[in-house]
Design a protein around this ligand. Sequence first.
Ligand code: URP
Ligand code: ZN
Ligand code: ZN
Length: 466
Amino acid sequence: MARTLIRGGLVVTAAEETHADVLVDGERVAAIAAPDVAEAWVPGADRVIDATGMYVIPGGVDAHTHMEMPFGGTVASDTFETGTRAAAFGGTTTIVDFAIQQVGGTLRAGLDAWHAKAEGNCAVDYAFHMILADVNDAVLKEMDQLVGEGVTSFKMFMAYPGVLYSDDGRILRAMQQAADNGALPMMHAENGIAIDVLIEQALAAGRTDPRVHGEVRKALLEAEATHRAIQLARVAGSPLYVVHVSAAEAVAELTAARDLGLNVFGETCPQYLFLSTDDLARPGFEGAKYVCSTPLRPVEHQAALWRGLRSDDLSVVSTDHCPFCFAGQKDLGRDDFSKIPNGLPGVENRMDLLHQAVVDGHISRRRWIELACATPARMFGLHPRKGTIAPGADADLVVYDPAAQQTVSAATHHMNVDYSAYEGRQLTGRARTVLSRGTVVVDDGQYTGRAGHGAYLKRDTCQYLV
Ligand code: URP
Ligand code: ZN
Ligand code: ZN
């Protein structure tokens, strides 16, 4: 088994920052030692990576991606191959994607379909959540089986009536099942029934621009659904993870629940921290590039999100990576904002945007790693294999250059999408060398990995429940 020694870096985990060397044996971290002690490992190493002036951080864990997701009559433009390669370039070495149950179909069929898309194609390791689109007695039983197979979290939608939507009764029943089998219910919390009324009224009034997408998907309707999801989880006795939180009022609901000591957790995404309704209101049809749900909010909401990330009322930053090309996909809604496929690209940008948040003073360096690596790994039962640097952990490691300057652009990114939501943004910091289970997959801007290196991860249950 090949031995790799990473020398001279600052090892940053959620818990510690230490000047130390990291020894990788095969696919795993074998040891971490002070540089003078690690000197003795040099002769036995097959490869020595110089990390002088660099951080050595755990590979990122992106717990919310949608590769090849069918949505709004089209399909998200990143395949598992292109999307996981882009993830690797950005220092993310694990994704948790969403398998989807078809209405009228079984969970098994949905999961099998997503395995077929991913298997043999991924550059980095991957796992699955399951989307429940049609809760019934058989599905509740299937949930137990899936938990046994390492699919331990189930997303439901209070949004998108007639598509992925579940009513409160179905949500409650699935939450009760989760309370029994240890799974973590995940919620897209927006009142979709009320939003559909507002969409209809806006279109009838001739308001068809992308900016209206943000206006009808009101912050209060995110907060109301968040509150309702929390109360349903309390009644069921289950935990709850609220995905892609964007509204200050929704953060307040999470804060109130967490102040009661409930097993309620919140996730936000870089787009809500760095973009706003100003982007949705860009002239012409440019705003379509920024259509996602929950929607981008007025810039004032960002302070509450940053505060939530510092106070742990928001515990995870994932991307909700769901890219659609501007040409041929976003423009399906040129005359009707409700037909613009929902979703933004970002799997390649998350680690760097959050490092920029460190540079800008929003979060500490260790909190960066906690939000992007350690907590998503613990939340979704992947720790200690993923999310940290420790003897026995998978050698998913990033040699990160904290001083590198980059300009984000679709011209240079690796995601299979024709625009960048962060076009032209200057960022400080970039992944220089990326290892996935001991294999260098990206080095100095070159891809050295291969489709099929990434392996499926069976997950344990959430490690935060009290
Ligand atoms: O706009 C989004 N978020 N698209 C992906 C599907 C979802 O709701 O997560
Ligand atoms: Zn969602
Ligand atoms: Zn999503």
